[in-house]
Design a protein around this ligand. Structure first.
Ligand code: ATP
Ligand code: MG
Length: 787
């Protein structure tokens, strides 16, 4: 039911209301986490629609993930009903794809362009680096890729780079060549990489003002969420769109429209510079701080009340972020009461930590907390593995947002490459990917021969395949190529029935099945005895299911629509959900979301702040913002956990508590097991306790202190550690230990050292205890004695 306009304003505080009802060219809403920024955007859109100040088609709202876009659309629909359908609520990338799909033929591409994800462009760059022997100059595919990406985010293209670079430097010259070649290959393949989607749209608008005017006339209200994470290219795009219409000759719609357009679209942006976490991708906080300069007369609204979290969680977040020095102090407050304390836990290993998380989840579940309202965060994708293993064993239902993405699996990429080969025959890379999958006896030499033929004849690689009789191969290879060509043609008739014109709605599922079956791809997997191949067949079934679902949701959908949707599936979009499972994700993916209970895991030096941030200017500060983002996702309960040892890349390393933990006032954290408890108090013992007292939520707190006290260490990294119980840690100085030595441990008794690894303060003894089993101990502080 559509209610009175006022209904929109109920449940908003005065500042939020002001932001919803304000009208004018530019509005900036700056506020801390959970203060209702996204909510204000949503209500503002609804208010424009309700008051009939804008048609849905005149609104462009930009969110950071597709998932956020979906949520916003749903919320607006709840507020104003189905009229919300024609709105563009999308990410920067999908908005640009929509524009490019309409306009690409203005500048040498076709509407059927392919979108290269980062893996695709990496593969292409790898090939170029090899061809140019650029590795001899120290240029790696990864470094070239990230540099090109940064340049594109700055709107620098290959030409402008070549103009500005020092071409006397051989490395710079080589890079310029790679950049240019890469761009040429993309164009030849009728493809855009992710950064191009935005940069090329900006170029398009600048080169073709009339095209830009179409969108300037259309979008009268532009709203951008998470503005702090826009990079220069995105900023320029917004600028282009909000400029007044340039060419006045063909403006229709009468005086009113003319006057409106003379003013440019109204722009609303919301953001929080404390949550800027994409500087590494070129995001620029200055976009926020300079907003008032860029849009003179902009109205600024500040929001200060946090509606998401309890005061304890907020105080923890505030204390951490206040350590960043380049920020404007803002104090968020909450009227939800202190709530529970933050819970801290230190595991002996990451498995121990994961077990704690799983046990807590289960005991919360027993008190009625939905799995769907719990989330586990980590800094890097690889940390999910230990959690997953334990969750599977403990039967905790979970979903990974991002991570090993379905669409990154080889068989899925193969299947999509088949579809792309049909939809965009210019895409040579897709064709090269599948030309010998399944094995058809077409090796590299054959591929190069085909490529040479295409070059000599001035035709595409795809067209060369069609002329298989002229390629000069023996009957076996010719037969294989003919067969592949035949399958592609057959699928083309299904997927592009009106070849040449705009693609029409088709059954992508049918086309995909033809490709997978008749190419022999599925048969090859089925014939294999490798159990992994069985899983691959299942994944392909899943992909067919995806195409069916796509058809249900988009009765008018074309093959291009399908490929667009797939290419844009952003990190957080694998999951839509489903209250039935715990969400696992990286801190980056967590942005903008909220959960009743949050487990922030791996709170260790080298993870958060991440090791790679140390050398980056502003790196540690950005890591602190990331930590802040993580904390502020929690509504009611926040867990901070870490492990003392962590196995990564086949090596066990000793982990130190993150410096950010020290920034939280000690009295806000209740340690179930503090870092000081751990050395000498192995996880196995805690688990034993756990087994004796199942279900008790305070069972970890029952870990007794180590007997005998031991010496207070003079200064360890944990000395100043809040909540740490120092009397359980020894300072063993440089205790000499070697394989074969026998030791006595305060708790585990006697044992024999199998090996010593690591160096200095991080030396670890691998000990086989006579009765307590194998343990790894941090020699410097474990309560041990050499016998
Ligand atoms: P973030 O910085 O994390 O993106 P945000 O500022 O966008 O946060 P929202 O997600 O819009 O904040 O709001 C946080 C929570 O507070 C949401 O659950 C929202 O519904 C709720 N909320 C916001 N404003 C109010 C209000 N005036 N009354 C009640 N609840 C509110
Ligand atoms: Mg938000």
């Amino acid at each position: 039911r559509q209610g009175e306009p006022d209904e929109l304003l109920d449940g908003l505080n005065p500042q939020q209301r002001e932001a919803v009802v304000h009208r004018g060219p530019a509005l900036l809403i700056v506020a801390g986490a959970g203060s209702g920024k996204t909510r204000v955007l949503t209500h503002r859109i609804a208010s424009l629609l309700r008051a009939r100040e804008a048609w849905p088609s005149q609104i462009l709202a930009i969110t950071f993930t597709n998932k956020a876009a979906g949520e916003m659309r749903e919320r607006v629909q709840q507020l104003v009903g189905d009229s919300a359908r024609g709105m563009w609520i999308s990410t920067f990338h999908s908005a640009c794809v929509r524009i490019l799909r309409r306009e690409a033929d203005q500048f040498g591409f076709t509407k059927a362009f392919t979108i290269y994800d980062s893996g695709d462009s990496r593969a292409l760059i790898k090939r170029l680096v090899k061809e140019h022997e650029a590795d001899a100059l120290g240029l790696t595919p990864a470094s070239v890729q990230s540099r090109i990406s940064k340049l594109k985010n700055e709107l620098a293209d290959a030409d402008s780079f070549a103009r500005d670079a020092n071409m006397n430097d051989p490395v710079e010259r080589m890079f310029a060549e790679l950049f240019r070649d890469y761009q040429r290959q993309l164009q030849r393949a009728n493809a855009f990489d992710f950064d191009d989607l935005i940069a090329q749209t900006v170029y398009l608008f600048r080169a073709f003002p009339k095209v830009a005017d179409v969108y300037r006339k259309r979008f009268r209200h532009i709203l951008v969420d998470e503005y702090q994470d826009t990079n220069h290219a995105q900023y320029a795009l917004i600028h282009e769109l909000t400029r007044p219409v340039q060419s006045s000759d063909d403006v229709g719609g009468g005086m009113l429209a003319l006057m409106d357009e003379a003013e440019g679209a109204s722009l609303t942006v919301v953001g929080d510079s404390d949550q800027s976490i994409y500087a590494f991708r070129g995001a620029d906080i200055r976009n926020i701080s300079e907003f008032e300069r860029d849009f003179p007369g902009a109205k600024v609204v500040l929001l200060e009340q946090n509606y998401r979290s309890t005061q304890n969680i907020l105080t923890a977040a505030n204390s951490v972020i206040s350590n960043n020095f380049d920020r404007k102090e803002k104090r968020l407050w909450s009227d939800q009461g202190d709530g529970e304390k933050v819970i801290g836990f230190t595991g002996y290993s990451q498995h121990d930590e994961a077990q704690f998380v799983a046990d807590e989840i289960e005991s919360l579940r027993r008190t009625g907390v939905d799995y769907g309202q719990m989330a586990v965060f980590y800094r890097t994708n690889s940390q999910s593995r230990a959690l997953e293993e334990i969750f599977i064993r403990s039967a905790v239902p979970y979903k990974i947002m991002g991570g090993t993405k379905f669409y990154e699996r080889a068989e899925i990429k193969d299947a999509l490459a088949y579809l792309v080969s049909v939809a965009n025959p210019a895409d040579e890379m897709a064709l090269r990917r599948i030309i010998n999958r399944p094995r058809r006896g077409i090796g590299d030499v054959t591929v190069e021969n085909i490529s040479g033929f295409a070059e000599r004849e001035g035709i595409t690689f795809r067209d060369a395949l069609g002329r298989y009789t002229e390629l000069g191969f023996g009957p076996k290879i010719q037969g294989a190529i003919a067969q592949l060509h035949g399958v592609l043609v057959e699928a083309q008739e299904i997927l592009l029935p009106s070849s040449g014109e705009a693609p029409s709605p088709v059954s992508v599922a049918e086309g995909l099945q033809v490709l997978l079956n008749k190419s022999g791809y599925l048969d090859a997997l089925r014939a294999s005895r490798d159990p992994q191949d069985e899983a691959r067949v299942e994944n392909l079934d899943e992909l067919v299911a995806v195409t069916r679902e796509f058809a249900r949701n988009n009765p008018e959908g074309t093959i291009l629509d399908f490929l667009t949707e797939v290419a844009l599936v952003a990190d957080s979009d694998d999951l839509d959900d489903e209250s039935g499972s715990v969400s696992l994700m990286t801190l980056h993916t967590a942005k903008g979301l909220e959960f009743d209970t949050v487990f922030l895991t791996g709170v260790e030096e080298d993870l958060i702040p991440h090791r790679i941030s140390a050398g980056e200017p502003g790196g540690p500060q950005e890591e602190r913002r990331l930590f802040y983002v993580g904390i502020t996702r929690a509504r009611k309960r926040l867990y901070l956990s870490l492990a003392m040892t962590r196995a990564q890349f086949g090596e066990v390393t000793v982990a130190m508590p993150s410096r950010f933990l020290q920034e939280i006032p000690a009295d806000l954290i209740h340690w179930r097991q503090s870092p000081g408890d751990v050395n000498g108090r192995g996880g196995s013992q805690s688990r034993a306790l756990n087994a004796r007292r199942p279900g008790g939520s305070d069972r970890w707190g029952a870990t007794p202190l180590a007997p005998g006290g031991g010496l207070k260490p003079k200064s360890t990294a944990m000395d100043k550690f809040p909540g740490m119980v120092t009397n359980k840690v020894r300072d063993n100085g440089d205790l000499e230990l070697a394989a074969g030595d026998r030791i006595r441990h305060d708790d585990f008794g006697e044992g024999r050292v199998d090996a010593v690894t690591g160096e200095g303060a991080k030396r670890i003894a691998h000990v086989r205890f006579d009765s307590a089993g194998a343990k790894k101990l941090l020699i410097k502080i474990a309560p041990i004695q050499k016998l």
